[in-house]
Design a protein around this ligand. Structure first.
Ligand code: ADP
Length: 267
């Protein structure tokens, strides 16, 4: 086994609660090495799902959180100066392609446009990654797969994936799980009893109805896990909800009042 790639193996089985037929569909997509796009709001389980699938398929996983300062070199690699001169260092995408990992580019739309240029030849039948500065063409390892996440709510005309990029991927839709499933996730992740996770999910559902009516994004499963963790540590539930659910998502005083009222309805 290769030491470089071994550090990316998912050793422990990640807890993932299946929501629909996403596991089977992903497995079939991996079988034909189809690049995949996981679509859905932030904090609804996309990253956990990829971790689980990498574990299930027994493949290493390299995750890259994309941001607006990220360039193609951050993905592909660059020459570094050290005492003995210059030395090439593979970026995460090059490591994944070379050694056969699943490469998960989280929120790829955030990265600069030049990053899409490097993913194109990897996402069609060429399956190659040109390292232009190094003068090398990596032929992707048979196990390599590219996965990206995409939050449809965030896109604007200025910042969206081009059709020519989107059409290179199969897509799975993600959303906040239904009430009973989300309760189970929150209780499992935090240890709070079901009565508590039931209330947390109900608060989130109220807030999600306000999306587009003053809230840009609803309360995510991740936020419920934060709130539950505080409650499990003995924090008063109302305070836990303020800290983990209400204050992070809005600065608008009226909206905070509306959300606080939802919290006091349940706790
Ligand atoms: P995303 O990648 O969509 O932003 P994450 O995968 O990081 O979101 O999910 C945030 C948290 O929500 C996870 O750390 C996990 O605790 C929980 N979670 C959400 N959905 C699930 C699920 N289906 N099974 C298990 N945990 C989940």
């Amino acid at each position: 086994m290769n030491g470089v790639i071994d550090q990316y193996r998912v050793e422990q089985k990640p807890y993932y609660h299946t929501v629909a037929d996403e596991v089977d569909l992903y497995e079939a997509a991996y079988g034909v090495r189809m690049p995949m796009m996981l679509k859905g709001p932030t904090g609804c389980g996309k990253t956990r799902f990829v971790e689980y699938m990498a574990w299930k398929l027994g493949k290493p996983l390299i995750t890259v959180a994309c941001n607006e300062d990220m360039t193609a070199s951050d993905l592909v690699g660059r020459f570094l100066l050290d005492v003995s001169g210059t030395r090439w260092q593979d970026g995460p995408l090059a490591i994944a392609a070379r050694y056969g990992a699943i490469c998960y580019l989280d929120e790829v739309v955030e990265a600069r446009q030049d990053t899409t240029v490097v993913i194109h030849p990897l996402t069609d039948n060429r399956r190659v990654l040109p390292l232009e500065k190094k003068g090398e063409l990596i032929h992707a390892h048979p196990d390599f797969q590219l996965v990206i996440s995409y939050n449809p709510g965030y896109q604007s005309l200025m910042k969206d994936l081009k059709q020519s990029t989107k059409q290179r991927f199969g897509a799975l839709d993600f959303n906040y799980p239904e009430h009973a499933v989300e309760m189970e996730i929150v209780s499992h992740e935090t240890g709070v009893p079901r009565e508590v996770s039931d209330k947390l999910v109900s608060i989130a559902e109220r807030a999600r109805n306000l999306k587009g009516h003053g809230l840009d994004e609803g309360i995510s499963t991740r936020m419920l896990v934060y709130a539950g963790s505080l409650i499990a540590k003995g924090v008063d539930p109302q305070n836990a909800c303020r800290v983990a659910l209400v204050r992070p998502i809005t600065d608008d005083p009226d909206m905070r009042d509306a959300l606080d009222a939802a919290v006091t309805t349940f706790f």
